[in-house]
Ligand binder design. Structure first.
Ligand SMILES: C[S@@+](CC[C@H](N)C(=O)[O-])C[C@H]1O[C@@H](n2cnc3c(N)ncnc32)[C@H](O)[C@@H]1O
Length: 245
């Protein structure tokens, strides 16, 4: 399968809480009463929605120093751009209802923007691989659609380098980022997706070294099947790591 998707920079593109629960193989009962970090949170509406259910969730993202108006404009432009790329290669998305997909991304953006205006303290400016939190600050840390997805094009990811993105999400960066995510979690981390999104169905090439590193640092790791299906890819699992001590 040839590469079907490429981006010059990380998209400001987010999912709803329902999509997050599917992606991470979680139910709301798993989260009620817990301290949860969404990292990066982008324009997803997980934090906005799950807080209304009794979960103590915050999000971190490198663009959370910007105004709501700037983020809304960026979010709408990125939905248009991503959808245009997907629609240009429909053979990669045989089961995709593009209209519904676009609707859920817009719904997530609008819920996020309303909460960003109303509950600004839930949205913390920060940039992996360094997070502005003390060790073990959260019960669970969730990380979707930055790790693995934005590795270089030639390493199973979406990102073209030498363009407008100053970051380089290579394996070394991934090791630093996952160690940092693990540092701020007291119990559990979940990473999604784990598939190589831009090539034949198989695990992303960084997954095995990342799992080995977690195991060597006192974590037990496993895959859990995910129900969120953006691509018709196999290996649609999230990686779950639990602290052993
Ligand atoms: C595609 S969005 C994913 C949003 C959400 N996690 C989801 O799955 O719906 C990727 C986000 O990563 C953020 N980002 C990019 N580099 C980052 C970094 N080094 N640290 C923290 N956030 C970063 C971008 O600003 C963007 O909002």
């Amino acid at each position: 399968m040839s590469q079907h998707f490429n981006l010059d920079s990380v998209a400001f593109f987010g999912r709803t809480m329902e999509e997050y629960l599917q992606a991470f193989a979680l139910s709301t009962n798993d989260l009620i009463g817990k301290r949860v970090l969404d990292c990066p949170s982008g324009p997803d509406s997980f934090v906005a929605q799950v807080n209304t259910l009794g979960c103590d969730a915050v999000g971190v993202d490198l663009v959370y120093d910007k105004s709501a108006a700037e983020l809304e404009a960026k979010g709408r432009a990125d939905i248009t751009n991503c959808l245009a790329q997907m629609k240009a290669k429909p053979e990669f998305y045989p089961a995709m209802d593009f209209e519904q997909y676009s609707k859920s991304k817009t719904q997530a953006l609008e819920l996020f923007i309303a909460d960003y205006k109303q509950n600004r303290k839930r949205y913390i400016h920060g940039m992996l691989p360094k997070l502005p939190f003390a060790d073990r600050s959260f019960d669970i840390v969730l990380s979707a659609h930055l790790l693995f997805v934005y590795s270089p094009l030639e390493e199973d990811g979406y990102l073209k380098y030498g363009h407008s993105n100053p970051q380089h999400f290579d394996l070394q960066w991934h090791h630093q980022a996952v160690r940092e995510i693990a540092r701020v979690s007291a119990r559990e981390i979940r990473l999604y997706p784990t598939a190589a999104m831009n090539s034949a169905p198989r695990r992303h090439r960084y997954i095995q070294p990342i799992m080995a590193d977690l195991c060597a640092n006192g974590w037990r790791v496993a895959f859990e099947p995910s129900q969120y299906r953006q691509l018709s890819t196999e290996m649609n699992d999230c990686l779950v790591a639990r602290r052993l001590s």
